[in-house]
Ligand binder design. Structure first.
Ligand code: ASP
Length: 332
């Protein structure tokens, strides 16, 4: 079913027409959350709302019909790649999915990232890139004429995840100001934490609690940025110290693949578990989030708690990515 078959119910094409090129994002690369001010965020979130309405009412439309997305993943991914593919297809576009077996392709023959990008842009209108090196998305964008979207550059950033995280907080709690947000887990290598922290700094009266083992604390440069912005900060190794006051518990896995010393990973791998017993001490109105995959940080028994928002967060990701794809292609 598409939007055109139900014009009276949901005139999506007409709705988005009024916004065409009105967003200043047409052709834009999405490399870092630093590109987004509050006005951009509000814009993206309202488009994401429309995408939710579209999907709930009619499932898909033809907004990006004829457009092709190249999805190039040099690191494993389930959620992010599926989310971008679903987003593109729900808007009527097509995808070149290079998400498995990059090792069998020309990339493994020693082709440089710029050459791969310059090849793929011959076929596509937008490129989504995940790569293990910090700065790789910027490098790709320097060579590509089509928009490049960073889907994770090593331990650097994961801007679209942070946008969907922030959207989820707004959807769940209704506002973004004055919140107490606890980030739990691998704050050193967890790129989603880095990106979300940067976005949250823009909101008034936000307090951040960073909960990690000593070896996995937030990088000093980012911590200094947070403090310079006047954000209230607290660090602790114990989640029990923050659970009672938190409005958001943002839990992350320990990023095994980033450790050079396996012994160091073994020392910290089981350092947290959010359990129903711990949740019993949390506020009635709060949310537990996780960028997923979880590997033991949140007990499965927490899943039935209405405050567990991590699977709703996944769905929000698709809406936000629909909004972003439409925006950079000049269609939202
Ligand atoms: N899926 C997220 C990422 O790609 C979180 C994770 O892998 O732990 O960064």
């Amino acid at each position: 079913m598409n939007a055109q078959s139900l014009p009276k119910l949901f005139d999506f094409e007409k709705m988005v027409q009024k916004n065409v090129n009105g967003n200043g994002m047409t052709g834009m690369d999405i490399l870092s959350v630093d590109q987004f001010d509050r006005e951009h965020l509000a814009y993206i979130f309202s488009r994401a709302h429309e995408m939710r309405e579209l999907v709930e009412r009619v499932g898909a439309c033809d907004l990006l019909k004829g457009y092709i997305l190249a999805c190039l993943f040099y690191e494993p991914s389930t959620r992010t790649s599926a989310s971008f593919i679903a987003a593109m297809e729900r808007l009527g576009g097509s995808v070149i999915p290079i998400t498995q077996g990059v090792q069998f392709s020309s990339v493994s023959k020693g082709e440089s990232l710029p050459d791969t990008i310059r090849t793929l842009e011959q076929y596509s209108d937008v490129i989504v890139l995940r790569h293990p090196e910090i700065g790789s998305a910027k490098l790709a964008a320097d060579y590509a004429a089509v928009p490049v979207i960073n889907a994770g550059d090593g331990a650097g950033e994961h801007p679209t995840q942070a946008l969907l995280d922030l959207f989820t907080i707004q959807e769940e709690l209704g506002h973004l100001e004055g919140l107490k947000i606890a980030m739990v887990g691998d704050l050193r290598y967890g790129r989603t934490v880095h990106s979300l922290t940067r976005l949250l700094m823009q909101y008034e009266d936000v307090s951040l609690r960073f909960v990690s083992p000593d070896t996995l604390r937030l990088p000093m440069t980012l911590m200094n940025e947070v403090i310079d912005r006047g954000v209230k900060v607290r660090e602790t190794p114990d989640v029990a110290d923050v659970i009672e006051n938190a409005d958001v518990l943002y839990v992350t896995r320990i990023q095994k693949e980033r450790f050079t010393d396996p012994k160091q990973y073994e020392e910290v791998k089981d350092c947290f578990e959010i359990t129903p017993e711990l949740m019993a001490r949390a506020k009635e109105k709060m949310v537990v989030m996780h960028p997923l995959p979880r590997v033991g940080e949140i007990h499965y028994r927490v899943d039935d708690d209405p405050r567990a928002a991590y699977f709703r967060q996944v769905k929000n990701g698709m809406y936000v990515r629909m909004a972003l794809l439409a925006a950079v292609l000049g269609k939202a």
